[in-house]
Design a protein around this ligand. Structure first.
Ligand code: RTP
Ligand code: MG
Length: 160
């Protein structure tokens, strides 16, 4: 489980509607794999504004909340569960800073530098969980566990 330092973790990632619209999803996934992540789960979906508001509930009341949730529900997104050693930090660092302009200045090879909108911090191409707890919550939110087969009943388990 260890590689130098650190343990294998899961994190949650979204390719946001701006990057999807501009056709950057394949390039972003290529960078994800090249950086040693495994994509454990993946789905494409469009969020309703209600779901976007629930997902970003921590930002409720902030000046950018409405713009953010309207944007996040404006088109399809790709939601993914990524795993790697130190996945949470590694994915945040591959994304780069929140603001694409700052990303371009500080980390020109980061995803937000390359694919984010320099005119608009909201449209910054990707999302990543910021801690273990939020990763857990966000993974459950987008990939709720459900049984593939119904659990055997008492009767079934004794009848042949
Ligand atoms: P994220 O949650 O999407 O991975 O981004 P983050 O941690 O780097 O940034 P956070 O503070 O959690 O903000 C969530 C998202 O809100 C949008 N935002 N717009 N001043 C603004 O206009 C502004 N600030 C934040 C961005 O889309 C940011 O990723
Ligand atoms: Mg955040």
């Amino acid at each position: 489980v260890t590689e130098e330092t650190g343990v294998v973790e899961c994190t949650f990632a979204i390719i946001k509607p701006d990057a999807m619209r501009k056709g950057f999803a394949a390039q972003i996934k290529h960078r994800i794999l090249a950086d040693g992540f495994h994509i454990l789960q993946e789905r494409q979906l469009q969020l309703s504004t209600d779901i976007a508001q629930e997902f970003y509930a921590e930002h409720l009341g902030k000046p950018f909340f409405e713009k953010l949730t309207n944007f996040m529900s404006s088109g399809p997104v790709t939601a993914m569960v990524l795993s790697r050693v130190n996945a949470i930090k590694a994915w945040r660092s591959l994304m780069g800073p929140t603001n694409p302009v700052a990303a371009a200045e500080q980390f020109p090879n980061s995803l937000r530098a390359l694919y984010g909108d320099k005119e608009n911090t909201t449209m910054n191409a990707t999302h990543g969980s910021d801690a273990r707890l939020s990763a857990q919550r966000e993974i459950k939110f987008f990939f709720p566990k459900r049984p593939i087969f119904p659990a055997p009943t008492h009767q079934q388990s004794h009848e042949y």
